[in-house]
Design a protein around this ligand. Structure first.
Ligand SMILES: [Zn+2]
Length: 425
């Protein structure tokens, strides 16, 4: 039986308590009233719509620290941001929240701005305060395209059918929420599945990355480089899904089963072709992206701390909804302009796809975690940011809503294959 706890019963204290003592009920510090957003969520929960957060697990009172732009905090208003600021510069503010509030904030960001999470969440204040500093500079890199024969042979092996079946499998979980039983199960399934793909290849290993603050684990498949194993190229996307927060149904077929399915297809093609990279490849499915890029941030920070020589990172987040005229849109903010230009050249060299650029704002997906740690990262995206799938973060983010096919995701798989071969040579 579902523990049905309507939104307005679950969260009244911090959302509404302070309002009773305010001089005016609309006396927000600045910006826009968040209450219509909350009201929408409340109505949706009463009518059996998308947003029905269930009772959060016992760790929900644990503190977390978020960094968010001052503009977004002001525009959201509400009780999240009436608390004392734990640190700030001219653009970014740090706030302490409870773990359970991350879902509410992520949901409010999605409803108000149609982007989420749009903030970073950290397990400690010192970690959050780093977001007030400039990220370390990315090391200069020379890109080249000269692996035509190898790339073309592998591109022939990229198949829409296997992408479809991976999306279908991942979207079959009730949700892949980072603190739910099915969120944990989906991570375990991916681990087992990647183990199967790695069978017979002693140079390929699969491991999980355990996060102390929540139960969903990230999954990492490593292909050890034959010539320069210390140089590492990263490809991945987020495993988790959410619709309104908590244990609500969230198939997340486009966001982001489609990105994991593309990652999965690159691994499958790599294994099927017998390809062995000169540099090491790491394919990563990140936990807890929707709750503030938590999984990717912890992993990227650990790579930085351990001095891993990351040559580049390709983030795959939403690949199967063609909402705009061009095929692929590179996110131009918080990414590497040099690597983006290289990816554009790969498209021209190996496909007949068209591309353009678009912006997605602060902390919009896992590439931002790598940029924050001084690594070159890119996000090739399914559409102009304002024209992406309208179904994400709802129960309607299904494969059926995307016509049961994956012709758009196929393009991203081909780009990713070209990327790994031309990068890890
Ligand atoms: Zn996403």
């Amino acid at each position: 039986m579902r523990r049905f706890l309507p939104f307005f019963l679950a969260v009244p204290v911090f959302l509404f308590a302070a309002r009773t003592t305010a001089s005016s009920p609309l006396d927000f510090d600045q910006g826009v009233d968040v209450r219509p957003v909350i009201q929408q969520a409340r109505e949706a929960s009463v009518s059996g719509g998308a947003a029905v957060p269930e009772m959060p697990p016992a760790d929900s009172d644990n503190p977390v620290w978020i960094s968010i732009t001052r503009n977004d905090a002001a525009a959201l208003g509400g009780e999240f941001f009436k608390r004392a600021v734990a640190g700030q510069n001219d653009k970014i503010s740090i706030y302490e929240l409870k773990t359970s509030e991350l879902d509410l904030l992520s949901d409010a960001m999605q409803r108000k701005f149609r982007r989420s999470p749009g903030f970073f969440a950290h397990d400690s204040l010192p970690s959050a305060l780093q977001d007030l500093e400039e990220p370390p500079a990315v090391a200069a890199k020379t890109y080249s395209i000269d692996q035509g024969e190898k790339v073309k042979a592998m591109l022939k092996l990229v198949k829409e059918d296997s992408i479809i079946s991976a999306i279908d499998r991942l979207a079959s979980y009730k949700n892949r929420y980072y603190r739910s039983a099915t969120g944990i199960a989906s991570s375990k399934w991916l681990y087992d599945h990647w183990k199967e793909l790695a069978a017979g290849r002693p140079d390929i290993t699969v491991a999980t990355f355990r996060h102390n603050a929540y139960p969903q684990e990230s999954v990492i498949l490593t292909v050890r480089g034959t010539a320069e194993p210390d140089k590492v190229v990263v490809v991945g996307g987020h495993l988790d899904s959410v619709a309104g927060g908590g244990d609500s149904p969230a198939p997340g077929a486009d966001d982001n089963a489609s990105g994991i399915a593309v990652t999965d297809e690159v691994i499958r093609v790599l294994a099927a072709s017998g390809y062995k990279p000169a540099q090491t490849l790491k394919f990563i499915a990140f936990a807890a992206e929707e709750a503030g890029l938590r999984g990717s941030r912890e992993i990227a920070a650990s790579f930085k701390k351990e001095g891993v020589a990351v040559q580049g990172m390709l983030n795959l987040d939403m690949t199967n909804y063609k909402g705009s005229a061009e095929d692929i849109y590179f996110i131009s903010d918080n990414t590497s302009a040099d690597q983006n230009a290289f990816l554009g050249k790969l498209i021209a060299a190996y496909t007949d796809y068209t591309w353009s650029t678009t912006r997605c704002g602060y902390g919009c997906s896992d590439h931002a975690s790598w940029t924050r740690n001084g690594f070159a990262s890119s996000l090739p995206f399914e559409a102009k940011f304002s024209e992406c799938s309208p179904n994400i973060h709802t129960v309607n983010d299904t494969l059926a809503q995307m016509g049961g096919r994956a012709p758009h995701a196929l393009k991203f798989a081909k780009l990713a294959v070209a990327y790994i071969v031309e990068m890890a040579k």
